[in-house]
Design a protein around this ligand. Structure first.
Ligand code: COA
Length: 373
């Protein structure tokens, strides 16, 4: 029997992450996302997803050193960026850049587990610089070199905005990267694993994942949610706006989830509070208040809870992240999970080749072209 959208179909075994959609729980390698969001940081989660253990201090130092040393994109990517900055949307830039990053990777076409691990870490390390460089070039600003003293999240804000960020804002971004880092067999991770299962290379698999994330039903939802907050513009308008959209059978972006169907996405719970705190910190609670008003109406009218992308919108807005870079920042975090899944697929591979149910006509007689009317 066909399960449209492959709902509930188990497509792979994984040790990386797990969801309980009934209870609204998410774990990375057995660790509750709430504990990781509170006590861990993005670099530690990168280590966890790839090594399936939390790092010791020395192991984390070693990873940090590698990531910091790999932050600069290759000269080839730097030379492509002015054109990409003028001619492409942010997610298209990222898709093209990751594809192009294969050209000068020091490990070349080597496909050993060690080479694939280094390729994965280079992609994790370089993505923030690609996004920041793209934004500064398209807005006619000088690019900002990475700051080796800053951790991953803070360094991204530094390269993007050109000033050292308030530590509380950098921490908030870091928490969101932890929350975005992996999420079992979502559409983009599945795409990456399908490509990896043909034994294609790491860059090809991640290029495909970025293409899948770009769509508004997946990663593109955070930017769409921000557009909605701007359209609503005032909490008092939320009720009429949402009712009108629902009456027209339109989707409310940042709501609903394939897996968390009757409970709240645990990431949304953390982000709601974080978005409020950062709104207060920067003295702009308006976006959070609009979000709360929308949330209340969507739950009452349609029984839908916000997903991870909804409160990221108001949070990232308050962090100063341009709205069309919200999905690339999601990709920057998910790079950790995608690359871990690609390596897991390589380690125990069988080509992913599902079946389809044919529903077209059968046993037709071929008619020569001149006799067709
Ligand atoms: N707004 C309005 N209605 C929604 C909705 C939304 N965001 N999400 C789901 N629904 C409704 C559907 O219309 C359908 O209602 P119906 O039974 O009355 O027709 C029902 O909920 C089930 O939706 P379905 O399309 O089967 O869910 P799905 O599992 O295929 O899709 C999503 C999951 C995430 C793609 C979907 O909820 C969605 O489009 N959300 C908005 C985009 C988004 O935020 N994506 C980020 C996901 S992390």
């Amino acid at each position: 029997m066909t399960e449209k959208g492959l709902q509930d179909v188990v497509a792979a075994e994984t040790r990386i992450s797990d969801i309980d959609g009934e209870r609204g729980k998410l774990w990375y390698v057995g660790y509750d996302i709430e504990d990781l969001a509170r006590d861990s940081n993005f670099e530690e989660v990168v280590y966890l997803l790839h090594h399936l253990e939390l790092p010791t201090r020395d192991q984390l130092d070693e990873l940090n050193e590698f990531l910091v040393s790999e932050r600069e994109p290759s000269p080839f990517l730097v030379s492509l960026m002015p054109t990409l900055a003028q001619q492409t949307s942010p997610m298209s830039m990222l898709r093209t850049s990751v594809s192009a990053a294969s050209a000068y990777d020091p490990d070349g076409w080597e496909h050993t587990p060690e080479a694939n691990y280094r390729k994965a870490m280079r992609l994790v390390a370089k993505t923030p610089a690609l996004i920041a460089m793209y934004h500064r070039m398209r807005t006619g600003q000088e690019t900002v070199p990475p700051n080796p003293k800053l951790p991953h999240a803070a360094n991204f804000l530094w390269m993007l905005l050109g000033e050292e960020p308030d530590p509380e804002l950098a921490d908030a971004l870091d928490v969101s990267l932890v929350l975005y880092a992996d999420h079992t067999m979502n559409a983009s991770t599945f795409t990456a694993r399908v490509i990896a299962s043909t034994l294609s290379d790491m860059f090809s698999a991640i290029t495909g994942a970025i293409a899948a994330l770009k769509g508004p039903l997946h990663g593109g939802a955070n930017e769409e949610a921000m557009k909605m907050l701007e359209e609503v513009a005032d909490p008092a308008r939320a009720e009429a706006y949402v009712k009108d959209k629902l009456a027209r059978k339109e989707r409310i972006m940042g709501f609903g989830h394939r897996v968390y169907r009757h409970v709240e996405d645990p990431r949304a719970r953390i982000l709601r509070e974080l978005s409020r705190r950062i709104g207060e910190r920067v003295g702009d609670l308006r976006w959070w208040e609009i979000s709360r008003a929308i949330e209340e109406v969507v739950l009452r009218e349609k029984g839908l809870y916000p997903n991870v992308d909804f409160y990221v919108a108001s949070l990232y807005h308050c962090l100063g992240i341009p709205h069309d870079l919200m999905t690339p920042v999601f990709a920057m975090a998910r790079m950790a999970g995608w690359t871990a899944h690609v390596r897991e697929q390589y380690a125990d591979n069988r080509i992913i080749r599902p079946d389809s149910e044919y529903i077209g006509p059968r046993d037709r007689t071929y008619v020569p072209i001149d006799e067709r009317g």
